[in-house]
Design a protein around this ligand. Structure first.
Ligand code: PHE
Ligand code: ZN
Length: 888
C-alpha cells in the first residue's frame, strides 16, 4: 500500500508568505543562469493505470550524477499540481523528501540510484490541456514545454535525455487503442475487460517529447520505404467517421519523408510513425517521438469540408512535425531559450518543402505576409524579444512569431549567403556533430560556419538583438553612374535601447525603364550585404537612370524605406521579374497612397491620381497573361489594415479601415466589368487540386471581394450563386465570407444553410463562427456577442474560442470599435478563459498590447483593459506575464 502524506515545506521560503492571496509571480528565469543538470536520468519506466478521472502513474527513474556538473546531494524533480503518493529510493520507501513549492526534492547519498514515485491525476478535470487530459472520451498528453511535470515528478528540462519504457493498462471498451512513443514491445488481455500494452522508445529524448494516447480510434494505415530500404508503418489515428478525411494528410506525410531524404539527407529512424488527431488542443500539432499529436484542424481535409488554404495548412504542419524528428528530436534544445534552434530551423524546412510542392513564389509571398502580419507588430511592440530570448517567466508565452517565423528568416539568410550547397554542408555537419545532444543556437551557428565556410561573427547579432531593422534606400544617378545609398537603423526594443548594425543580405538588380530589361551589367541579380550603419555602392555604365529592385525575394526580414518615384513603383509592379519584388512594388504603391490618405495628406486631385495609378496596376495584373491565377490572386491582395497601421508611427484604425475600404470600392467599381468577366472565366474551371484550378478559385472569390465593395448588390447575387453552385469548400466559404460582410438577405439565408449543412462537423462549424467574427459587416461585434450565447459555443475548446474571439481580435474594424466595446470583450474573454486554459487566454493579450501605437482615444481604452486584467486576483503566470510586459 502507498502511504499518502502531507508534503512538507522548506522553511524560510519568502515567496510562500503571501501565497494565500496572490499566486506568486516567480522571478524571471534568465538564459545566463543556465547550469548543467546535476543529475542525469538515462532510463525511465512509466506505468499508467488509465481512467478518465483518476489515472495512477508510477514512474521509475534510473538516475546518475552528471560528472559535468557541480555535485548536489539532492535531485530536484519538477512537479505541478501533483502530490507524491509514495516515494522509493532503491526499492525502499523513504520519507526524507521535501516539497519546494510544487517540486519534489529527494536526497541521494550515492552516485547512481533508482527512484520510484507514484502519483494520481485527474485527466477529465484538466481543462488547461497540458499534461494528461481527456478529449472526447480519449486520453492524450501534451508535454511541451513543461507539461510532463503535471504527469509525474521529473527533472523536466530538455537537456535531460532518457530512454522510455511505457506500460499502460486500462478498460478495453473505453481505450481499445493504447499508444506511446517508439515501438510496441508487448501487449496483452487481462481477461477481465482490461488490457495493456508496453512501448519502448530506443531513442533518448527529453520529457517534452513523451506522449501517450488511449482511446477508441481507427487508423488510416500505409507504409513508406526509406532511402536505405527500411519499411516504416504509417498510421493516422482518428475517431470513427473521420477516416475518409485523412488521405491528404497521409500523402503529405509520405511526401515529407521523401523530401527530407532528398533535400536534407534525413532518414526516418523507427519502424513506426503514428499520428493522432485530437479536437481539443492548444496548438497546431506536436512532434512527440514516433507519436505526433495533431489538432484535427491539421489532419482532416477533403474537398467538401476543407478549403485550398486548409489543404496547404495540413501539408505544411504534417511536414513541420515530421521534420522535427531530426531538427528537434534527434538534435534537441539545451534549454528553452534555444527554442528557435528547433522551431526556426523547422519552419524554414517546412517552408522550403511547401515551396517545392506548389508555387514557390506564391508560398514566399504568403510567408512574408504572415511575418509582417504577426511578427513585425510583435517586434515593434512591448512584447518584442530576440529570436533567442534572454529571460522569461512562462515559456508558453514564447511560442511566438518571432521564435518561429523570424527564426526561420534568420536561417534563410544564412542559406542565402551560403548558397544551397554550402548550406546543406552546414546542415549535414550540424546533424552529424550534435546527433543525440541537447544544444544551443550557438552550436547551430558554429556548425553552419564550419560546414558552410562562412564567417558569422557579426551575423550572431540576429540572435541577440530584437526589433525589425529599417533600411533606408536611395539611388542617385549622375553622369553614367548610379550610386546606391543604404543606411540601417535597428530600433530600440524593451531592455535593448542601443543596437549595433547587423549584416543585411540584399538581393539587388537594376532595370532599364525604357527597354524594361535588366540594365547593363545586371543580367543576374547581385547579393549586397550591408554590414555598417551606412554604405554606398556605385554601378557605372548607366546613361539613363535605372530603376532599382531591392530585397528581392525578401532576402532579409527588414523594413525598406525607399526614395522612389511613383512611376518607378508602377514600372516594377508591371515589369519586375522577381515575383516577390513585383508584389512588393504593388504593395508599396497602395501603402503609400493609404498612408497619405489616412493622414489627411491628399487633396482631391492627389487622391484621384493615386487611385488611378493603383487601378491601372490592378488592371495590368488582370490582363497579364504571363501570370498564373495563383500569382495573380496574390497580387490582388491589398496590404492588411494591421500592416498599414504598422507603417505609421501612431495609427487611427478607423481611418485606415475607411480609406482601405474606399480604395477597394473604387477599384471594384472602376473595374466592375473586368472582375465580372474574371469571375465568369474562373467559374468555368472544374474542381481539382491542380494549380490552375486552385488559382481559378482564388481569383474567383477575390473578384467577389472587390465587387462587394464596388457594387454590393450585384456581388450579393453573384456570391449567393457561387455558394449554391459550389462543389467544394473553397468556393462555398469564399462566397459566404463575402456575404457575411454585406447586409443582404442572402447573408442570412446562406448562414442558416451553412450551419444546417455542417452541423456536427466541429471544424466546419468553427468556420461558421470565424466567418462572422472576421467579417467586414458593420455589426460584426454585435454578431460576435450573440454568437457567444450560441449552444455550440464553448470556452473549453480552444479551436472554438479562437474561431470566435481570435477572429474578432484580428478583425480591426470590430476590435477597434471606437467606443472600446471590442477591447472590453477581449478583456472579458481573457478573464473568463484564464482559469480554464491560461495558455490560450494569454494569447489574447498581444492585440491589446498594441496600445502605444494607436491614436489617443482608443489607446486609453486598450490600456484600461490591460489594467483591469492585471488587477484580477489569481491570474495565471501566463496572462500575468503578458499583461505586465504589455503595460511596462
Ligand atoms: N512544438 C510544436 C511545434 O512547433 C508546437 C507546440 C508547442 C505544441 C507547445 C504544443 C505545445 O510544432
Ligand atoms: Zn515546431
Amino acid at each position: 500500500m502507498d502511504i499518502a502524506r502531507t508534503p512538507s515545506t522548506p522553511e524560510g521560503n519568502p515567496e510562500m508568505a503571501d501565497a494565500a492571496q496572490e499566486p506568486r509571480q516567480p522571478a524571471a528565469i534568465r538564459r545566463e543562469d543556465y547550469r548543467p543538470t546535476a543529475w542525469l536520468v538515462p532510463e525511465v519506466s512509466l506505468e499508467f493505470d488509465l481512467a478518465l478521472q483518476a489515472t495512477r502513474v508510477t514512474s521509475t527513474l534510473t538516475v546518475a550524477r552528471n560528472a559535468a556538473a557541480d555535485a548536489s546531494p539532492t535531485i530536484r524533480l519538477n512537479g505541478e499540481g501533483l502530490e507524491p503518493m509514495a516515494v522509493k529510493v532503491d526499492g525502499a520507501m523513504i520519507d526524507s523528501w521535501v516539497m519546494d513549492d510544487a517540486d519534489l526534492i529527494v536526497t541521494l547519498p550515492g552516485d547512481a540510484h533508482s527512484i520510484e514515485i507514484t502519483t494520481s491525476i485527474n485527466p477529465a478535470a484538466n481543462t488547461a490541456l497540458m499534461g494528461l487530459f481527456a478529449s472526447n472520451g480519449m486520453l492524450c498528453t501534451q508535454c511541451e514545454a513543461e507539461g510532463f511535470r503535471r504527469i509525474t515528478f521529473f527533472p523536466d528540462r530538455p537537456d535531460v535525455l532518457s530512454t522510455y519504457r511505457v506500460r499502460m493498462h486500462g478498460p478495453k471498451t473505453d481505450f481499445p487503442v493504447l499508444l506511446s512513443n517508439g515501438n510496441l514491445e508487448e501487449q496483452g488481455d487481462d481477461g477481465d475487460g482490461t488490457h495493456w500494452a508496453q512501448w519502448h522508445d530506443p531513442w533518448p529524448k527529453p520529457s517534452y517529447l513523451f506522449a501517450l494516447v488511449a482511446g477508441d480510434l481507427i487508423a488510416n494505415s500505409d507504409s513508406f520505404t526509406t532511402m536505405s530500404g527500411r519499411e516504416v508503418a504509417l498510421n493516422i489515428w482518428v475517431r470513427e467517421g473521420d477516416e475518409s478525411r485523412t488521405g491528404h494528410a497521409m500523402e503529405s506525410l509520405k511526401k515529407s519523408m521523401r523530401w527530407d531524404e532528398e533535400v536534407f539527407g534525413r532518414e526516418y529512424d523507427l519502424d513506426l510513425f503514428n499520428i493522432v488527431a485530437v479536437s481539443d488542443f492548444n496548438m497546431g500539432a506536436m512532434e512527440n517521438k514516433g507519436l505526433n499529436v495533431f489538432n484535427t484542424k491539421y489532419v482532416l481535409a477533403d474537398e467538401n469540408t476543407a478549403t485550398d488554404g486548409d489543404f496547404d495548412g495540413v501539408e505544411g504542419v504534417i511536414a513541420h512535425e515530421y521534420f522535427h524528428n531530426w531538427s528537434g528530436n534527434r538534435v534537441t534544445c539545451r534549454d528553452w531559450f534555444q527554442l528557435s534552434l528547433k522551431e526556426g530551423f523547422t519552419v524554414l524546412r517546412d517552408q522550403l518543402f511547401s515551396q517545392d510542392m506548389g508555387s514557390a513564389p506564391v508560398k514566399r509571398i504568403e510567408d512574408v505576409r504572415v511575418l509582417r502580419g504577426a511578427q513585425f507588430p510583435e517586434d515593434s511592440g512591448p512584447l518584442a524579444h530576440p529570436i533567442r530570448p534572454d529571460s522569461f517567466r512562462e515559456i508558453s508565452n514564447f511560442y511566438t512569431a518571432t521564435i518561429y517565423n523570424k527564426g526561420a528568416e534568420v536561417i534563410r539568410m544564412i542559406r542565402t549567403m551560403a548558397g544551397e550547397e554550402a548550406f546543406r554542408a552546414g546542415s549535414d555537419l550540424y546533424f552529424q556533430r550534435h546527433d543525440g545532444q541537447a544544444v544551443t543556437c550557438e552550436d547551430f551557428v558554429k556548425a553552419m560556419e564550419d560546414g558552410a565556410g562562412l564567417d558569422l561573427s557579426q551575423f550572431r547579432l540576429w540572435y541577440s538583438q530584437a526589433g525589425t531593422p529599417k533600411v533606408t534606400v536611395r539611388l542617385e544617378h549622375s553622369g553614367d553612374t548610379a550610386t546606391l545609398h543604404l543606411s540601417q537603423d535597428v530600433p530600440a526594443t524593451p531592455g535593448q535601447p542601443d543596437k549595433h548594425p547587423m549584416p543585411i543580405p540584399l538581393k539587388v538588380t537594376l532595370f532599364d525603364p525604357e527597354t524594361g530589361n535588366r540594365a547593363a551589367g545586371h543580367d543576374g541579380e547581385q547579393l549586397v550585404t550591408l554590414t555598417k550603419a551606412q554604405a554606398s555602392l556605385s554601378f557605372p555604365g548607366h546613361v539613363r537612370r535605372p530603376v532599382l529592385s531591392i530585397n528581392r525575394g525578401f532576402s532579409a526580414p527588414i523594413v525598406i524605406e525607399r526614395d522612389i518615384a511613383q512611376e518607378e513603383l508602377v514600372f516594377l509592379a508591371a515589369h519586375d521579374d522577381d515575383p516577390f519584388a513585383r508584389y512588393e512594388a504593388l504593395q508599396d504603391l497602395v501603402v503609400r497612397h493609404l498612408k497619405d490618405a489616412a493622414d489627411d495628406r491628399l487633396d482631391d486631385g492627389a487622391r484621384k491620381h493615386g487611385r488611378a495609378a493603383i487601378i491601372e496596376a490592378i488592371r495590368s495584373v488582370m490582363a497579364d497573361d504571363t501570370l498564373d491565377d495563383l500569382m495573380r490572386g496574390e497580387l490582388f491582395i491589398l496590404p492588411s489594415e494591421t500592416y498599414l497601421a504598422e507603417a505609421m508611427p501612431v495609427a487611427d484604425p478607423g481611418r485606415i479601415h475607411a480609406e482601405r475600404q474606399a480604395l477597394r470600392a473604387a477599384i471594384g467599381a472602376f473595374l466592375e466589368d473586368d472582375f465580372v468577366a474574371l469571375h465568369t472565366r474562373a467559374s468555368d474551371v472544374p474542381y481539382s487540386l491542380e494549380a490552375a484550378a486552385r488559382g481559378a478559385r482564388k481569383v474567383k472569390t477575390q473578384a467577389l471581394v472587390y465587387l462587394a465593395a464596388g457594387n454590393p448588390e450585384r456581388a450579393a447575387g453573384m456570391a449567393a450563386a457561387q455558394y449554391d453552385a459550389a462543389d467544394n469548400m473553397t468556393d462555398r466559404q469564399g462566397a459566404l465570407m463575402v456575404l457575411c460582410g454585406l447586409s443582404a438577405v442572402e447573408r442570412t439565408n446562406k448562414l442558416i444553410d451553412f450551419y444546417n449543412r455542417y452541423q456536427g462537423n466541429p471544424l466546419v462549424i468553427d468556420k461558421w463562427f470565424a466567418l462572422q467574427a472576421s467579417s467586414m459587416h458593420p455589426s460584426a461585434l454585435e454578431h460576435v456577442k450573440a454568437l457567444a450565447d450560441h449552444p455550440d459555443f464553448t470556452m473549453k475548446n480552444p479551436n472554438r474560442v479562437r474561431s470566435l474571439y481570435m477572429a474578432m481580435a484580428y478583425n480591426p474594424h470590430a476590435f477597434h470599435a471606437e467606443d472600446g466595446e471590442g477591447y472590453r470583450m477581449i478583456g472579458d474573454v481573457i478573464l473568463a478563459l484564464d482559469p480554464i486554459n491560461p495558455q490560450t487566454a494569454s494569447r489574447f493579450v498581444p492585440p491589446l498590447g498594441r496600445w502605444r501605437r494607436i491614436e489617443a482615444g482608443r489607446s486609453q481604452l486598450m490600456r484600461e483593459q490591460l489594467e483591469r486584467i492585471g488587477k484580477a486576483p489569481g491570474l495565471s503566470r501566463d496572462t500575468h506575464e503578458q499583461v505586465s510586459r504589455s503595460l511596462g
